[in-house]
Design a protein around this ligand. Structure first.
Ligand SMILES: Cc1cc2nc3c(=O)[nH]c(=O)nc-3n(C[C@H](O)[C@H](O)[C@H](O)COP(=O)(O)O)c2cc1C
Length: 370
């Protein structure tokens, strides 16, 4: 049986001291020029201990790929000094620092970039944000540019001192737009068959890998986050996702990270329901690379269950936002003492950035507010 507090090899150069990772959490709190703010540094500093690896909020790789207000950028060299502080802050206790990089695609916010600048694989708008724009279909030339943007973002992450990057292939952003039969309506080399729908994501991966080979040593982590399927009748299903995962493993992905509603119980759409997402993905990956999973792992008991289902790493978001001692308490079996809610009085001691608190308050039941 796997244990949360045992070492785990990410690849032959990197071994993590335990299986607990901080999941990516957007803070809505960059400086107004989209550089890393002091509030963000304090937020990460307070959480970068006891876990083995921390994945940052998503940073946008292109100026037209912004999916959240006050979201850090990585699309220009001017971001490198702030990102350097961020990497150093995360690494100060030996925690591995991974920068999540993203292009928001049809989820880019029209009020930030202008409705005419919202782009995606095809002209299909998302239903995942309020007031989305109908995106403009990317030209072949623009697609090639975005692929290079992911590479440049990776170079900046390396120069800033990050141990790795995570490609955001989940949550209906641009990489997933391409893979999705619902959003991808193209008939050229970027759409149609599964092979063509995978082409963009794999080209992004290959470019990132090329850049990592050039600027980093073999220990550089390249993770891939995915949502295994979509709720649309003609949407992505787990069988396509598994083919994509196999291709990524062949190409040298360091880990696969499944973002799930519930990592212990949720089952894939249009299947007989006998296997959970985690069991299904673990069977497909079969130990070739570590499988990281996120979703409602509130306590150490939940996290252990995810390992028992076949996960190798657990990614925790809510738990580490609301309790800075989540790992210490779990290690000593004090699951009943975890703080799983948040109150106005605790904001300072939890180093919650102002923008994150505003979002939490405006997001209904997303967090339990005391
Ligand atoms: C405040 C907050 C911000 C988030 N931002 C991101 C993000 O930038 N990128 C991402 O892939 N997921 C993001 N997520 C999703 C989490 O990484 C995670 O998958 C989800 O919250 C489920 O894990 P949990 O139940 O432990 O919170 C965010 C979640 C929270 C709570």
């Amino acid at each position: 049986m796997k244990n949360l507090f045992e070492k785990v090899a990410l690849n032959d150069k990197v071994t993590l001291p335990n299986r607990i990772v901080m999941a990516p959490t957007t803070t809505w709190s960059s400086n107004s020029d989209l550089t890393v703010s002091n509030q963000e540094l304090a937020y990460y500093q307070a959480r970068a201990h006891d876990i083995s690896m921390l994945i940052t909020a998503c940073a946008h790789v292109s100026a037209n790929g912004i999916g959240f207000t006050d979201e850090i950028g990585v699309y220009d060299d001017r971001f490198i000094p702030g990102l350097t502080k961020l990497a150093k802050t995360i690494k100060h206790n030996g925690v591995k620092a991974v920068l999540q990089i993203n292009h928001a695609g049809n989820k880019a916010l029209p009020e930030l970039i202008g409705a005419d600048n919202v782009v995606s694989v095809s002209q299909i708008k998302t239903d995942m944000i309020p007031n989305p724009a109908v995106p403009r279909e990317l030209t072949d030339e623009e697609i090639q540019q975005i692929i290079r943007d992911f590479g440049e973002a990776t170079r900046r992450a390396i120069q800033a001192g990050f141990d790795g990057i995570e490609l955001h292939g989940a949550h209906g952003f641009l990489i997933q737009n391409f893979l999705s039969p619902h959003f991808n309506q193209r008939n050229d080399k970027w759409g149609g068959s599964l092979t063509k729908r995978m082409r963009f994501g794999l080209a992004v991966f290959d470019e990132v890998k090329r850049v990592a080979n050039k600027y980093a040593d073999g220990s550089f982590i390249i993770g891939w986050r995915l949502s295994p399927d979509e709720h649309y009748a003609d949407g992505l299903r787990i069988n396509d996702t598994k083919v994509m995962v196999d291709e990524l493993i062949k190409r040298g992905v360091t880990y696969v990270h499944a973002s799930l509603t519930n990592a212990v119980t949720a089952v894939p759409r249009d299947t007989d329901g006998k296997q959970t997402y985690v069991e299904s993905l673990a069977a497909e990956i079969n130990g070739r690379v570590p499988l990281m999973v996120a979703g409602m792992l509130q306590t150490g008991i939940d996290a252990q269950k995810a390992l028992d289902c076949g996960a190798d790493l657990v990614a925790i978001a809510h738990g580490l936002v609301t309790d800075l001692d989540w790992v210490k308490k779990v290690r000593s079996g004090k699951n009943d003492q975890l703080h799983l809610s948040i109150s106005q009085d605790e904001l300072r001691q939890l180093y919650i950035p102002d923008g994150l608190w505003t979002t939490i308050q405006n997001s209904g039941s997303w967090f339990e507010i005391k």
